[in-house]
Design a binder for this molecule. Structure first.
Ligand code: ADP
Ligand code: MG
Length: 386
């Protein structure tokens, strides 16, 4: 039977879906809004994706808008599964009839437990099979880098939760670092800066807006400015200030330095033959963070190695997952194996621990699945009942 092949970039900030033969078909923020109704033991899904993102920081008491992915990995298993199911249904129709074959990316260096959580979530969300690929490899494939040759390529993916830096050769990762300093930390740094310097409290969406509209990784000669609204910490009333790019550069600096330190560490650990390839070819930037003004210039300046932004950096990983699935025999060696027996923390007996973890997850997800309408969550937010 015809099986849909779908590549998913399950990111901290965005879920991007690539369907074989169609390309990128969906880009939505990884946000789910839940209502906690009085008397009901389980929360109710109110919205998923962009609609839920618009609710961030604007919800009444009984609704919470949550990001189920944190630092690139699943922070809330059940909500992630629900979100995946919603997006898969959106691109496939009823998954009851067409169980798709999925390729999902995971950050390099996630634990085997975290990998299995992603794979299990995909299967429970209706996939026939789910393959996993490490994010830097997917990003490189999506950026049209020939990863299978005997030559070194350095890729830097700056997402919402993590920045991943990896040197790839012969279809595998030779050296890599994953640092929890990326888009979200930049937003937090901007919000903290505005609070300290202007006594103005701004929300995370406003901080992200400032970063996108006027943020720059290096000081600019012709500064951009922007009006920012928030709540005055002293008077407690709404207030507007005007802020410039160079102040935002100053605010973001500590986080940018963390990314730079990791890039330098990877360069230092790269074997000499591969380092020479990297110097020849330069480093490639992908992910939403690649769109930050002058990020490529900053990295070029501090490392002395040329840095380029990939074409459509936001979509590299999703496109790479889709291409890896399309040419799965060619890329099979690069995929991540998921082992169902693994070492476990604090010396507990592994199989006992593993089976409890997965059983409780299954139980929770079964109870959620039962509470879900067949066609997915309601597309419009319901008025909260008080
Ligand atoms: P993830 O893979 O973790 O979901 P993405 O690669 O989708 O992350 O990138 C999302 C991040 O990129 C967010 O933190 C967002 O603020 C940031 N971003 C998107 N566009 C821009 C831009 N033009 N300038 C700076 N940052 C941006
Ligand atoms: Mg990403």
């Amino acid at each position: 039977m015809f099986t849909k092949q779908i590549g998913i970039d399950l990111g901290t900030a965005n879920v991007i879906v690539y369907v074989r033969g169609k390309g990128i078909v969906l880009t939505e923020p990884s946000v789910v809004a839940l209502a906690h109704d009085d008397g009901s033991p389980r929360p109710r899904i109110v919205a998923v994706g962009e609609e839920a993102r618009l609710m961030l920081g604007r919800t009444p008491g009984n609704i919470t808008a949550q990001k189920p992915m944190r630092d690139g990995v699943i922070a809330d298993y059940v909500i992630t599964e629900y979100m995946l199911k919603y997006f898969i249904q959106k691109v496939c129709g009823r998954v009851n009839f067409f169980h798709p074959e999925l390729m999902i990316c995971v950050p390099s260096g996630v634990t085997s437990v975290e990998r299995r959580a992603v794979k299990d979530a995909a299967i429970r969300a209706g996939a026939r099979t789910a393959h996993l690929i490490e994010e830097p490899l997917a990003a490189a494939i999506g950026a049209n880098i020939p990863i299978s040759g005997p030559s070194g390529n350095l890729i830097i993916d700056i997402g919402g939760g993590t920045a991943e830096i990896a040197v790839i050769s012969l279809g595998g990762i030779v050296v890599s670092r994953s640092v929890r300093a990326a888009g979200n930390r930049l937003d937090e740094a901007i919000a903290n800066f505005v609070r300290k310097r202007y006594n103005l409290m701004i929300g995370e969406r406003t901080a992200e807006d400032v970063k996108i509209q006027i943020g720059s990784a290096m000081p600019m000669d012709q500064e951009l400015t922007m009006e920012v609204r928030g709540r005055d910490l002293i008077a407690g009333l709404p207030r507007t200030i005007t802020i410039g790019s160079n102040e935002i550069t100053e605010a973001m600096d500590p986080v940018l330095q963390q990314i730079i330190t990791s890039v330098k560490a990877v360069l230092e650990e790269t074997p000499p033959e591969l380092a020479s390839d990297v110097i020849d070819k330069g480093m490639v930037l992908s992910g939403g963070g690649a769109l930050l003004r002058n990020m490529d210039k900053l990295l070029t300046q501090v490392t002395g190695v040329a840095c380029y932004v990939a074409e459509n950096p936001l979509y590299c990983v999703a496109k790479g997952t889709g291409l890896a699935l399309e040419h799965i025999d060619f890329f099979r060696r690069s995929l991540v194996a998921v082992h169902y027996v693994r070492s476990c923390p604090r010396g507990s007996t592994c199989s006992a621990w593993a089976s409890t973890a997965s059983t409780s997850a299954r139980r929770r997800s079964a109870s959620w699945a039962a509470s879900m309408p067949a066609s997915g969550p309601s597309s419009s937010p319901r008025t909260p009942s008080s």
